[in-house]
Design a protein around this ligand. Structure first.
Ligand SMILES: [Zn+2]
Length: 252
């Protein structure tokens, strides 16, 4: 075990960090917590009988994201997803025997039948929709604040990404799209999504929010946006990119 590796210690959706919101090195906490080795990252849950080591604190992961660099986010994201996957693959899905952690790969192996289980990512599309100098934003019924976000949803079996974008938009807000284009991607570890960002233009239809999912949805002028998702989220990045574009074309 490397003393300089980072130790990702979780308690539900919180992570153990130091006073500067940094992930502690293994060397710092190895005497307080007994740590297992897992490839090149240490990731596990804080056990119920363990105390929080001195100088450290538990902070919700969503708060940490806004403070981390992209590299820090990517490392943490990997650790979170691997831990979540290990929690949910304790038994072989073929024969039900308790699995073992593979020594070198990210895999859980079955000692009885040899079946290897690998981590899976869930593809999820997220779309920024424009109509002239306006952006479509929607407030999910799950949000507890006044925040407005983008249309997003899981890709279904047998569907292309573009079909998923069009279907989710039609389901959630009832509008049709044109010029659907891929932008970028981001792993999102809640719990194990790969966010695939798209942009598209409004093609027709009246906004009809999907009951139970969407509280309110509307087109907002780029300089009159409501509260948007936090810095560090892919939605924030997408909205800022489009706002920037619309600002520049308005200035011409
Ligand atoms: Zn098996």
């Amino acid at each position: 075990m490397q003393q300089t590796s980072l130790a990702y210690i979780f308690k539900q959706q919180q992570l153990l960090v130091d006073e500067n919101f940094q992930i502690p090195r293994v060397g710092r906490i190895v005497s307080d917590l007994s740590l297992d080795h897992m490839s090149n990252v240490i990731a596990r849950d804080l056990r119920p009988d363990e105390e929080i080591p001195e100088g450290l604190q538990l902070v919700p992961i969503r708060h940490l994201i806004t403070r981390w660099s992209t590299t820090e986010f990517e490392q943490a994201s990997r650790a979170i997803q691997l831990l979540e996957w290990r929690r949910n693959h304790k038994f072989c899905s073929h024969c039900g025997t308790a699995t073992e952690i593979h020594a070198t790969e990210y895999a859980m192996i079955c000692p009885a039948c040899g079946y290897h289980q690998y981590p899976r990512v869930q593809p999820c599309v997220i779309t920024i929709i424009t109509k002239g100098d306006e952006i479509l934003l929607a407030q999910s019924t799950r949000y507890t604040t006044n925040m407005y976000g983008l249309i997003a949803g899981f890709v279904e079996v047998g569907e292309t990404l573009e079909q998923a974008v069009a279907r989710e938009t039609l389901e959630e807000v009832g509008v049709q799209l044109k010029n659907i284009q891929y932008l970028s991607s981001q792993p999102w570890p809640f719990p194990s999504n790969l966010m695939l960002a798209f942009r598209a233009e409004y093609a027709g239809g009246e906004i009809v929010p999907q009951a139970e999912e969407i509280r309110h949805a509307a087109f907002f002028k780029y300089d009159q946006l409501p509260e948007i998702p936090f810095v560090g989220s892919i939605a924030h990045k997408m909205i800022m990119q489009i706002v920037d574009e619309l600002k520049h074309s308005a200035a011409k």
